[in-house]
Design a protein around this ligand. Structure first.
Ligand code: 5GP
Length: 115
């Protein structure tokens, strides 16, 4: 149903990318088109197309992605000034890559999200 995405290739090492963190469960990379001074994507190593596919079996992984985002926020020193975590699901949110990921953004005042 979903074809192989760029994130599959980055996680497997097929494509060289700026991986800043990787463990057994998740991979974090710098966004290629950053929308803030810090813009990092946290991606599960296991393929999940988007948040519509979170279920009883993989829900812990979802929490773990957020946990790692907060760890990275501390590591890159945006935890005190603040940051935003974004998840896009399907077309109305503008999901571009059909491989679940969360965006960690910071390093400047991000302004209001909703207008
Ligand atoms: P989405 O809109 O799906 O939530 O966000 C996808 C994100 O992936 C975008 O912010 C886009 O800039 C980023 N992106 C797309 N292709 C690549 C790539 O090849 N490498 C990296 N590091 N980021 C990418």
């Amino acid at each position: 149903m979903f074809k192989k995405t760029i994130f599959h290739k980055i996680i497997s090492g097929e494509i060289k990318s700026s991986i800043i963190y990787q463990d057994k469960y998740v991979t974090a990379i710098k966004d290629i088109n950053p929308q803030a001074p810090i813009h990092i994507l946290i991606i599960p190593n296991e393929y999940i197309p988007n948040s519509n596919y979170i279920n009883k079996n993989n829900r812990q992984l979802f929490g773990y992605m957020f946990y790692i985002a907060t760890k990275i926020a501390k590591k890159v020193h945006i935890d005190q000034d603040g940051y935003r975590i974004i998840l896009n699901c399907n077309k109305n949110a503008g999901q571009e890559i059909y491989y679940l990921h969360i965006h960690l953004l910071g390093g400047k005042n991000l302004g209001p999200l909703l207008k």
